[in-house]
Design a protein around this ligand. Structure first.
Ligand SMILES: [Zn+2]
Length: 301
């Protein structure tokens, strides 16, 4: 059964860009008992084990932090009248309730609802950006968080440069030849594991250019028509995956031998039989790589 959801996408919060500029509003929200705080500790979040046995996010209330936030609060947005902030607790873990464990989102993704996983991923992305942009890239002086944590500004008066959260675009491509698609194994992957072709966009490239370059570099295939299929935030730590389907104009595979160890063409029937036999392991279900494969298979059904 193909799944049609792109995980970590469509964060449900209203990002309230106007209120970010209002310190009094932010201060009020940070005191509100209904406010919820997403704690992030080195890419991990607190999860509590529910009675059902599943792990659920442990959002903190301001009172849980006893009035002292361990890090600079980052406004995420408002959803169903609840304001969400992210706080980096890596250096000072707050006292969590019993039965809480710090885990990465992907470790518990099968337990999470779509909204929770998207909010946690969003929080993870912003906290990572703050941790890695403490100094100004222009003059080297410290930066400070402003506008609800959506800008870091250089503290040097003569510089004052504003730095904005960054996301690294990467393309991920399912290459098609007639009734077959190409799946490749990275050199460091277990036998059987296959995925689509991926790579980062380089300066000066269009997305179509990146798709054609990465496919040719990794598997030696020339592609013609490239069509956009969908995108996925991938804040592990800071990528945006841009999903494409590309039509092959050549079919002789020549893997680079460095990044990619092997690649082959797969018909829907081969995907089914190889998966059943355990000789093919499709990409993880929460990845857009898997979504691209399912999207193609579904469109054929
Ligand atoms: Zn500066």
């Amino acid at each position: 059964m193909p799944h049609r959801i792109i995980h970590y996408a469509d964060d449900p919060t209203d990002r309230v860009a106007v209120q970010r500029e209002d310190p009094a509003w932010l201060d009020d929200r940070l005191r509100s008992p209904t406010t919820r705080i997403v704690a992030v500790a080195s890419g991990r979040h607190p999860f509590v084990r529910a009675d059902s046995g599943t792990r659920q996010p442990c959002y903190l209330a301001p009172r849980d932090l006893d009035g002292a936030l361990p890090g600079e609060p980052i406004l995420l947005g408002v959803h169903e009248d609840i304001t969400y902030f992210a706080v980096d607790v890596t250096e000072a873990l707050p006292p969590f309730p019993p039965r809480v464990a710090l885990l990465r989102i992907r470790e518990v993704i099968t337990d999470l609802g779509h909204a929770d996983s998207a909010v946690l991923a969003y929080a993870n992305a912003l906290v990572h950006w703050h941790r890695t942009h403490r100094f100004c890239g222009a003059c080297g002086k410290p930066t400070e968080s402003v506008r609800g944590g959506h800008v870091r500004r250089c503290t040097d008066g003569a510089c004052g440069r504003e730095h904005f959260p960054r996301t690294d675009p990467a393309v991920i491509t399912l290459v098609i030849d007639g009734d077959r698609c190409l799946l490749a194994r990275r050199r460091d992957w277990a036998p059987g594991r296959r995925s689509t072709v991926a790579g980062f966009v380089e300066p000066g490239e269009t997305l179509e250019h990146t798709v054609a370059r990465e496919v040719f570099e990794e598997v030696g295939i020339r592609v013609g028509k490239v069509s956009y299929r969908g995108s996925q935030p991938w804040p592990f730590p800071q990528s945006l995956m841009l999903g494409f389907r590309a039509v092959a104009e050549s079919t002789d595979i020549a893997v680079d031998g460095d990044e990619i160890a092997e690649a082959d063409w797969y018909s829907p029937e081969r995907i089914e039989t190889d998966t059943a036999a355990g000789t093919l392991i499709l990409p993880p279900f929460d990845s857009i790589s898997r979504w691209l494969v399912d999207d193609w298979l579904h469109g054929k059904g």
